[in-house]
Design a protein around this ligand. Structure first.
Ligand SMILES: Cc1cc2nc3c(=O)[nH]c(=O)nc-3n(C[C@H](O)[C@H](O)[C@H](O)COP(=O)(O)OP(=O)(O)OC[C@H]3O[C@@H](n4cnc5c(N)ncnc54)[C@H](O)[C@@H]3O)c2cc1C
Length: 551
């Protein structure tokens, strides 16, 4: 109990008003004071432990406050447990949250809004990052590679013919780390596709909008202008800006634009604000459930290997080029082309230097490409200065006198039946699913393109006024091992003929109603362009088809 020593002029009644105590409480605790109205200078007054409720003392209403009943959200995106998902009948379940899965979800949420349809999406990995890694203030060029290697899985270790391959299991998939070159495929590449050029143009426009793709990222950079001009005047008139998915709108008027570089987390965010969906992470699809030719759902396992059966009329597999055929094959789904026609790019790397003295003081980033054309079956891309194509405003490394430029050249690889992903009959993973194995080789035509591309790369370097940077361990131009472009595609390609394609022209697995694929695996071919923009375009198209079917 607290004691107050009263002053001249104090009365118990006055103390009660001044300090907010009930007068009766004061009288009970202070029997030595005979009356509440008498002057009591220098007397010990016992105070009650609690004051009167504040509502009695002021005229402003008190806000309701009950900490125990406040709603809690434990993560930066709402999650649903697998137990709960197993109780729900879904209209659509999407497997995987990378480029393909994110695009399907975004489009379905946009089209369906509050029409009562139930969407579930499951992700094998965890909540690794809430945005593309380059949007994170602590990330820089030097930390990027080691971090990606640290969090991804080098599956190429056990794939002798595809040793460069890596998978990333996390919400957002590999779009958390991708390099964000988002060109369209050359129209010559689409000959023979089951989607017309006109329709592709329509869906490319949507994909570019979805991903904020533009040529604005390098706008105003004198380095960009300079290199473009050099290339255009020295034999490469088609040299162009690399289309880049970057939100270049500044944060203003309370609207935050912090996810500059696109990842499929942006697609999830867009969807979330238009329609609610159930998302489970650490949830690995292990089998597609099909009854009498119709999709019934998906078997999923949690991290502790507990099985759950999720019911859905429609399942969209967006696990990636390795995982989608793996699930189909493991589920006993028949199809001559499933897993076949594995296509990537042959991949040349080079680093070149240019003297900074050749350029005006105001530089800026440079990201330029020489695109594939009908007569040029490869794409050459260059970006720099090293460490400054993108960087955080907190970084403080001075530019060197010699500017370093990285060059990547991607060669077209034929989509051949014999290049394939198949189930390893001897090895299973910790979920009991057979491991994959890859059979891959370059054809004579592929090899000829690699040689052609290497000599073109030398011409490009000379046209830029640059010189090769060679060290004892690094030749001027080197061929990266298969799989290290991370562009592998086509293993469930779209087509009309079930003997040469795994899905029909809308991404539906031939012969199984309600079962779709939407990721790099459905691309009919990839030519020499980076594949992701096309994957997003075709995945949006798959979503449109599903949404029309389930009207
Ligand atoms: C470093 C790097 C740079 C790149 N640069 C470019 C570039 O500049 N331009 C370009 O076009 N492409 C680039 N790519 C490739 C690009 O990331 C891929 O083309 C694209 O992400 C493929 O999309 P996807 O949906 O097929 O697969 P992913 O994005 O890999 O997504 C698959 C998702 O499915 C999940 N999943 C897998 N199996 C299961 C399962 N059984 N159950 C539940 N979930 C599952 C995975 O965890 C993952 O989240 C780059 C990739 C990397 C790694």
């Amino acid at each position: 109990m607290r004691i107050y020593v009263s002053k001249e002029g104090d009365t118990l009644s006055g103390i009660s008003k001044k300090y907010g105590f009930e007068l009766n409480d004061l009288l009970t605790l202070n029997p030595h004071i005979p009356s509440p109205e008498i002057n009591i200078p220098g007397i010990n007054v016992n105070f009650p432990p609690f004051k009167r409720p504040i509502a009695d003392q002021i005229s402003v209403p008190v806000c309701p406050f009950d900490p125990s009943s406040e709603e809690m959200l434990e993560h930066w995106i709402p999650l649903t447990s697998l137990e709960q998902m197993a109780e729900t009948d879904y209209d659509v379940i999407i497997v995987g949250t990378g480029a393909g899965g994110g695009a399907v979800l975004r489009r379905l949420c946009e089209r369906w809004r509050n029409n009562g349809k139930r969407i579930g999406i499951i992700e094998r990995g965890s909540l690794l990052l809430p945005t593309h890694v380059r949007n994170i203030p602590t990330m820089n060029n030097a930390r990027f590679g080691p971090y990606f290697r640290g969090v991804s899985k080098w599956i190429g270790k056990s794939l002798p013919e595809f040793p460069g391959a890596r998978e990333l299991f996390a919400l957002g998939g590999r779009t958390l780390f991708w390099g964000m070159s988002a060109p369209r495929m050359d129209v010559s590449e689409m000959t023979g596709w089951p989607v017309t050029e006109k329709e592709m143009d329509f869906y490319y426009k949507i994909a570019e909008q979805v991903m904020d793709v533009s040529n604005g990222y390098t706008k105003g950079s004198s380095f960009q202008e300079n290199i473009l001009n050099r290339l255009r005047y020295n034999g490469f008139p088609e040299a162009a800006d690399v289309p880049t998915p970057a939100d270049l709108v500044p944060t203003n008027y309370g609207q935050i634009h912090s996810d500059v570089f696109w990842s499929s987390i942006s697609a999830l965010a867009y969807g979330l604000n238009r329609k609610s969906f159930d998302l489970a992470v650490n949830a690995r699809a292990v089998e597609v459930l099909v009854e009498k030719g119709k999709t019934a759902g998906i078997k999923v396992m949690s991290l502790d290997k507990k099985p759950y059966f999720l019911k859905a009329k429609t399942v969209v597999l967006s696990g990636n080029t390795f995982e989608t055929p793996r699930l189909l094959l493991h589920s006993g789904i028949q199809g001559r082309a499933i897993g076949h026609y594995l296509t990537n790019h042959s991949f040349l790397l080079s680093t070149v230097k240019v003297s900074r003295k050749q350029f005006p003081e105001v530089l800026g980033p440079m990201s330029v490409m020489i695109p594939q054309t009908q007569s040029r079956p490869y794409q050459i891309q260059m970006g720099g200065p090293e460490g400054y194509l993108w960087y955080q405003r907190y970084e403080q490394e001075p530019l060197q006198d010699e500017l370093s430029i990285g060059i990547s050249a991607f060669g077209k690889v034929e989509s051949r039946f014999e290049n394939q992903v198949y189930l390893d009959p001897y090895k299973r993973d910790e979920y009991g699913v057979p491991e994959i194995q890859v059979q891959f080789s370059y054809s004579e035509k592929d090899k000829a393109i690699i040689n052609q591309m290497a000599s073109a790369l030398t011409q490009v370097v000379s046209a830029m006024g640059a010189s090769f940077h060679t060290t004892d361990s690094h030749p001027p131009i080197c061929l990266m091992p298969p799989g290290s472009d991370y562009h592998e595609s086509v293993t469930c390609r779209m087509g009309d003929d079930p003997s040469t394609s795994a899905t029909n022209r809308y991404g539906q697995i031939h012969g199984v109603s309600g079962l779709y694929a939407a990721d790099n695996s459905i691309l009919p071919s990839i030519g020499a362009a980076n594949p992701t923009l096309t994957t997003v375009a075709l995945s949006v198209r798959v979503a449109d088809y599903i949404s029309n079917q389930l009207k």
